[in-house]
Design a protein around this ligand. Structure first.
Ligand SMILES: *Cc1c(COP(=O)(O)O)cnc(C)c1O
Length: 375
């Protein structure tokens, strides 16, 4: 049986968790959280990283930091996880969905440009499959129209765009450490802050609207309620689990990349014969092997391939019913411009198993089965 995912684990995590328990400090913002923050700052080169309880809460914190208000519009892809939209909808904003480029499934800057109105407050690009969006074009739009930008880099930790780190190319970058991501703490995430002015406010919002972080640093002699906020701090137990993986990120990424390359090489002939399409990595982008997906002819062929693989004990999955056509999407957002690729390509995209413990024999079995399907 080849599952779709096995959450990553490295033995050092057990050692670190034992240290947390022995130290009796299991609440948030202890030594292990701080060490994770430092690793994330090293990965991104950003001045400040703060762990959160999920990728979802990182996006919610980002929407608070950008001061999104009722009536604002935020432009994002429809082909994404619900949290990208919810974070802004929770602040009363309207989700404006723009079409994606078919080669990457990332926001098409030309479609974003056409969706900008006087109400637009921010753009939220998603680096789908760990492959970065066309950030130069998106950043120049943000600059020209004075828009905030939140990168949903949930899938893109360690990926780069022309040498710049995913998560560090906008006002706030958001990572996820859910168990399906490259590095995991069960449930968890982080915000990456690239603007020094936002760091202090982020610390306050994340600590229930108090200046507790300044108090711990001895900068104020008591802490109090100074702003709105919530609790975005994960437990030290979760941070300890994550830290070991962040420290071993090169080995973890190298193993995923080896499987990714095996898929890419092993399916090349099927692409040549026009049977399927493989992932495309744009010039100037390096990726983190978060995902391997293929595109089939249509939804019907995808369903048959999923069933064929299942009979051979291989679990392949698809995702993202486009948000604009979902029940809540109809209520809280709307698609602007033509839906040329979002719906069509979401129906024919299939994700293949890819996880840290996967072996060459596993990927060979998947590749062979896909060849069998088309034979
Ligand atoms: C995983 C993911 C999220 C949410 O992360 P959680 O940690 O599960 O809350 C948000 N956006 C994208 C694109 C994701 O892949």
């Amino acid at each position: 049986m080849i599952p779709f995912n096995i959450p990553p684990y490295v033995p050092q995590s057990s050692e670190y968790i034992a240290q947390v328990i022995a130290g009796r400090k299991i609440c948030g913002d202890g030594e292990f959280t701080k060490r994770c923050n430092r690793e994330l700052e090293k990965i991104t080169g950003a001045p400040k990283a703060l762990l959160t309880t999920s990728g979802t809460s990182a996006l919610e914190l980002a929407a608070l930091l950008l001061d999104i208000q009722p009536g604002d519009e935020v432009i994002l892809p429809s082909f994404t996880f619900v949290s990208t939209a919810n974070a802004f909808v929770l602040r009363g904003a309207k989700a404006i969905f723009a079409d994606v480029c078919p080669d990457t499934m990332n926001l098409d800057p030309d479609c974003v440009k056409k969706a900008i109105t006087a109400k637009t407050k921010a753009i939220a690009p998603v680096h789908y499959a760990g492959v970065c969006c066309e950030m130069d074009a998106l950043r120049s739009l943000a600059k020209e129209y004075h828009l905030g930008m939140v990168e949903d880099a949930a899938q893109a930790i360690t990926s780069t765009y022309h040498g710049e780190a995913a998560g560090a190319m906008s006002d706030v970058g958001c990572f996820s450490f859910h168990e399906t991501k490259n590095f995991s703490m069960g449930e968890g995430g982080a915000v990456i802050l690239n603007d020094d002015a936002m760091v202090e406010r982020a610390e306050i919002l994340r600590e229930k609207g108090t200046d507790r972080s300044r108090f711990y640093r001895g900068q104020v002699d008591k802490y109090t309620w100074v702003d709105i906020g919530s609790s975005f701090l994960p437990s030290e137990l979760n941070a300890a689990y994550l830290l070991a993986q962040l420290e071993q990120r090169d080995e973890i990424t190298a193993k995923r990349m080896a499987r990714w390359m095996e898929y890419d090489d092993g399916l090349a002939d099927l692409e040549c014969k026009g049977r399927l399409e493989r992932m495309k990595i744009p010039e100037g982008c390096t990726h983190n092997a978060h995902m391997y997906y293929i595109k089939l002819r249509d939804q019907e062929e995808r369903s048959r391939l999923i069933a064929y693989l299942k009979e051979r004990d291989i679990c392949a999955v698809f995702h993202y019913i486009p948000l604009h056509s979902a029940k809540a999407g109809l209520r809280f957002g709307s698609f602007v411009g033509e839906d040329r690729f979002t719906t069509r390509d979401s129906e024919r995209l299939l994700r293949l198993p890819l996880y840290y413990e996967m072996t060459t024999a596993d990927s060979a079995k998947v590749i062979e089965a896909i060849h069998g399907f088309f034979a």
